[in-house]
Design a protein around this ligand. Structure first.
Ligand code: 5AD
Ligand code: SF4
Length: 473
């Protein structure tokens, strides 16, 4: 039995990629190991979206320098976006790394590990750059990696990510993803549905469809085009699946057919992540987002009209090249106006290889980025808490995910009630006491307290009559 240690940073795509790699290596006789030092193969699944994420990976690799000297037989691999972006540079910065694999080459990992073990030396597999071939060649060099799922290999059997699209063609000027994950490609709907049915058979209740711009999903075959809304209608038919979510949306592709599907389909969570990135037209134009703040407002108005109770969340970048105090004020005003359930706020990080890095100097000082970040975060936290207030005293439906971080830290007493955590359909985190047996179930929880990002509740044990049905939250 060979032992595998894997560390994952970055987005849902990376979480899913790691799951797939672990599954494929288990098939080769590997067992997952939680101690790095006890593993035979050590993999880092990396992210390049901000410099800080890369620095952390290189520091982690740096700490392995002497370890690898003492244990030359151990295999160290770097996979994911930073592997695709830095390629040979990874070997230059950490010459003891054995394996570099881009996100589009993950299916080759078992073979490459075999080559390394056979003494063939360090191995690298990456996709073509965006200018290094014809569109078809580039597409073929970035493969989606979704081997059909084995029930024994899923980390949480009742929840799953399901990839419907890889890559990105939007080319926002700050973003490295079109370079690391290649051209946008929608997966075949038949494959997506087959995978969803397998997941349902395995007891999966919640599926989150993922794609970089998930609502731009399109697949053409036999003269027919399948859109995300079409997929949702088909997935809704699958018995056992109780919740459908999808991330991340591109504001311009938030079409009426999609809003209609979310409004109509009971299993579809009224939860929409629609990153605005900035509230200033000048900044949006430099980011090449393809919409104005007026367009974004119009999209929000359509969402609110069709889905009045939907939780809408957003991402913002502060301190993008040339962002003035006035620009930032416009972002602040947009957040105040849109009342997002939550926003993820990031300080701009220049990424070599992007148009932003080529065209515009990263000229907003770090202290200014920091200040804007804190101001926007404070505003969003106030709004998040206010938006949670109406849930006080209400019953919400929670998919129980397991013991809370606090319980994990302090240990759990077998048989006793422990602190559990779960999520509502709208992705609100709920903490409550219960038996670990509840894990994987969808249960009603009465909310008695809240903070900006957490609801505190108690499991409702008595019969829930029709008038006391949990609300969609
Ligand atoms: N710097 C800071 N944040 C970034 N994001 C993407 N690229 C960068 C960058 N260069 C943010 C965007 C995106 C989220 C996933 O990460 O807000 O929506
Ligand atoms: Fe990071 Fe983007 Fe790659 Fe996800 S796709 S790992 S966020 S760079």
């Amino acid at each position: 039995m060979k032992r595998l240690y894997i560390e994952t940073v970055g987005c849902q795509m990376n979480v899913l990629d790691s799951e797939m790699v672990v599954a494929s290596l288990r098939k080769q006789g590997f067992e997952l190991e939680s101690e790095l030092s006890a593993a035979d193969v050590i993999l880092f699944n990396t992210c390049s979206v901000r410099e800080q994420a890369e620095n952390k990976t290189y520091s982690a690799l740096g700490r392995l320098r002497s370890f690898k000297k003492q244990h030359p037989e151990k295999i160290i691999g770097v996979m994911g976006c930073m592997a695709q972006k830095d390629q040979k540079l990874v070997f230059e910065r950490a010459p003891y790394v054995d394996l570099v694999v881009g996100p589009g080459q993950l299916s080759r990992i078992p073979d490459l590990l075999g080559d390394i073990a056979a003494g063939k030396g360090p191995q690298m597999a990456v996709g073509l750059g965006r200018k290094d071939g014809t569109v078809d060649e580039i597409k073929r060099s970035h493969e989606t990696f979704d081997p059909l799922r084995d029930p024994a290999m899923r980390p949480t059997p009742f929840q799953a990510y399901l990839r419907i699209q890889i890559g990105c063609d939007k080319f926002c000027t700050y973003c490295i993803v079109p370079m690391t994950r290649g051209p946008e490609q929608g997966r075949d709907p038949e494959q997506i549905l087959a995978e969803a049915r397998i997941l349902a058979d395995q007891g999966c209740k919640e599926i989150t469809l993922i794609g970089q711009t998930v609502n731009s999903y399109k697949h053409k075959s036999g003269g027919k085009t399948t859109r995300l809304s079409d997929l949702l209608y088909s997935l809704h038919e699958i018995d056992g699946i109780e919740r459908l979510k999808f991330v991340t949306n591109y504001p311009k592709d938030m079409t009426d057919d999609l809003l209609e599907a979310v409004a109509t389909l009971r299993k579809c969570s009224p939860y929409l992540h629609v990153p605005a990135q900035s509230g200033s037209n000048e900044v949006l134009a430099r980011m090449k987002r393809g919409y104005t703040v007026e367009d974004y407002r119009e999209t929000m108005a359509r969402i609110r009209a069709r889905l009045p109770h939907a939780a809408v969340t957003s991402d913002f970048i502060v301190g993008f090249c040339g962002e003035t105090d006035e620009d930032f004020q416009k972002t602040y005003d947009l957040v105040a106006e849109c009342r997002f359930k939550n926003s993820f706020i990031f300080k701009y990080s220049e990424r070599p290889g992007t148009k932003g890095a080529e065209l515009y100097p990263d000229d907003v000082p770090f202290e200014v980025k920091n200040r804007r970040n804190n101001e926007l975060l404070e505003l969003q936290n106030r709004i998040s808490e206010q938006e949670n207030q109406p849930l006080l005293g209400q019953r919400v439906e929670v998919l129980v995910e397991g013991v809370s971080e606090r319980t994990k830290r302090h240990g759990e007493d077998q048989g006793d009630l422990v602190q559990l955590t779960g999520r509502t359909a709208c992705d609100r985190i709920v903490v409550f006491e219960g038996n670990t047996r509840l894990t994987g179930q969808i249960i009603p929880v009465a909310i008695y307290d809240l903070s900006p990002h957490t609801l505190f509740g108690a499991v409702v044990t008595e019969h829930v009559g029709p008038s006391l049905q949990p609300i969609m939250a």
